[in-house]
Ligand binder design. Sequence first.
Ligand code: NAD
Length: 478
Amino acid sequence: MDTRSKDDLSFLESVDLSFNRAVSLLEVPSALKEKIRICNSTYTVRFGVRLRGTIYTFTGYRSVHSEHMEPVKGGIRYAPNVDQDEVEALAALMTYKCALIEVPFGGSKGALRIDPKQFEEFELEQITRRFTYELAKRSLIHPSQNVPAPDMGTGEREMAWIADQYARMNTTDINANACVTGKPLNSGGISGRVEATGRGVQYALREFFRHERDRDRANLTGSLSGKRVIVQGLGNVGYHAAKFLQQEDGAVICGIVEHDGALYDPSGLDVEAIYQGLVRDGGLAKFPNAIIGPKAKVVLEEECDILIPAAVDSIINLSNADRIQAPLIIEAANGPITAGADEILRQRGTVIIPDLYANAGGVTVSYFEWVKNLSHIRFGRMQRRQEEARHQLLIDELERLSAATSASWEVSPSFKAKYLRGADEVELVRSGLDDAMRIAYQKMREVWHSNAAVDDLRTAAYLVAIDRVVKSYRAKGL
Ligand code: NAD
């Protein structure tokens, strides 16, 4: 969706610019730089579906940016104005994101030009199945070649249709379920995938606040507790990020901006109640205190500690960048800040945690789901009870020693309960995600603070990612 002002670069141009800025700091032959930058292929498909007594023609895309690792990975977006440039920008980001977060995938992205709100569920199913057929017959959906996931306008439901359609077309493929991630738990999904991108945003912020030097760069002190947060887009990513930050870290969500209006209260908003209202009404406009019309967007410019754009690209652009007051922006959405706005914000000292890192939680847990599908067993199934039994041995021994020596200490019941519980799948997924987010952040900040030519986290993130892609290509002889 294009929300930028007329002087802004496009989303794809902004991604290219970030790439070029970073790659200019690396000693890489220019031909290889160009090979990495360009999108390998984009398939455009137009297909008809018979609906409501007539034939509707839809346009879909699947871009493959880089196949230095396979399968390639990236979500499928349903949006009314999506175009080839947007999909190619998103596919490029996927390449760098996967490299940065260390998941073994190349970058891809898909989209269908559709406003899903205009269709009934059974119609969307027909459309999704047909789109899947078109992509799968060209191996653009395939467990070992190209594995989609949810993105804007799609979720578990669409992923379940895609998986089922693929399985119908490949009846003897034992790994058919690994053709797509983000599936519901009862159709081969993994616990914790729905929340993963928002959870990743939370873990990213926690890691940022662990480093005093980084907090200082944004003139912030202390922890996430009490920090004032404004979120744009209360969809999958924005809702989970806001909810976890509010409920688990004590952050104050003071502003929420949606497509049709905004809510603002410096003393804090009830994220869960607002989300339930949003789901019920399809927007925020019906809330009694809603700010509607052009003023809604201005909520992004209110004073706060952390701004979380979690909706569409190019929302912070040349028309509003100099009025954004947040000292820290975390790009939960892909490409929410245009290159021009990025320049303005960087010069003002705003710290930006870039999209290719900030929203990598989704693809990280997608990777776990794909591994789970290929191994055909849920995480923790073999170890959990054995782990509990070993912990029980230790507790029994401590209690025996305590009784034998008439010691004055005993194992507290709450410690015992926590220690005895073996980790289930969602705990393992969260642990793996937290680890991935921490390691990638530490790698990024190392470059940020050690390379005098790097004054922002975005360039640092691109540098880490591009360096890894270069090494992959070199290993292949390019
Ligand atoms: P979603 O469709 O679940 O939610 C998007 C939300 O943004 C909706 O509530 C919508 O009403 C709102 N919105 C749309 N236009 C808006 C506007 N102009 N102003 C304010 N709000 C607006 O989508 P999502 O999955 O949460 O994705 C959001 C962003 O996060 C996208 O950029 C997507 O590429 C990125 N992302 C998503 C995932 C994932 O796992 N879902 C992973 C990585 C990145």
